[in-house]
Write a protein that binds this ligand. Sequence first.
Ligand code: GLA
Length: 337
Amino acid sequence: MKVLASAPGRVNLIGDHTDYTGGLVFPMAVDMTTRIEFDRGVPWVELVSDADPEPAVLPLEAIDEVEPRLVRPAWARYVAGVMWVLRPERGGTGFVTSTVPVGAGLSSSAALEVATALALGFEGGPLELALACQQAEQVASGVPCGIMDQLTATAAVAGCALRIDCRSLEVAAVALPDDVEAIIVHSGQTRSLTASPYGVRRAQCDDAEAIIGPLRDATLAEVEAIAHDDLRRRARHVVTENRRVDDFAAALKHGDLTGAGALMVESHQSLRDDFEVSTRRVDTLVDHLQATPGVYGARLTGAGFGGCVVALAAPGTEVGVDAWRARPAGPARVTEL
Ligand code: GLA
């Protein structure tokens, strides 16, 4: 049977480095897509990508003996991760094409995982699919990522951003107003999270929680009482960022774009100074965008350490650098061909 599976990338409007402590995030799926045309049947998986001459060839039966993190080519690790988690009964052969840039903070790996799982015949709801793919990402990359990227790809609603509560895993769609546009600009710094301090940041959040309990429930007074400077600043980012997500959602609902933009600026400052996941190039780009007439606010998006910046702007705003005007896209899906 031939199928076409597709999954979107995402941009996070606000709420970064909060998901893995059960916090709040506010991403939207974007009209950048990974597609897999897949002919189901053979007892192995063989995928050819338009971005790499080397194919992914993986066994079904001996998948236990495959260490996903060591698979070559590197993109095939995510395919191996999905197989490792799902243990599909049949494989197939196919082609992967993608318009999600790699290493840009727009969740190209989550899009590949979700599309792979659907191509392989995953049956289940958006949350189960996202949880399986989050596990696949962790197995494939060794990065202890949260649920945001995969759940955005599986639960997206066209025309909307999502407020995701990463503790209850409830997803609420919030319409993006017509008089605003999300603009994405690449800093030019691509990065792999495997080689980044992502895991260190997550561990610091765990350490802060060992002192004051779940960051989701912590007050700023409790945070300020943490003696260790790094841990206090990491915790302060998470606690204030959770608040900003709800304030941002409320601002959007009331059409207060100036207020929403100001929260993005605060979020960037917090990620830069307290969580320390920005770079000089990203900061310069954010400053440039914030100084551009028509831009309400700008911030780094996703894990940071390079990658992309997102801005909220009046439709048609010229930002003077190469930019994608992202439209909120619908969820991953699979159709028979
Ligand atoms: C990466 C992870 C997500 C999330 C973001 C930061 O994209 O995969 O789970 O932690 O970084 O918000």
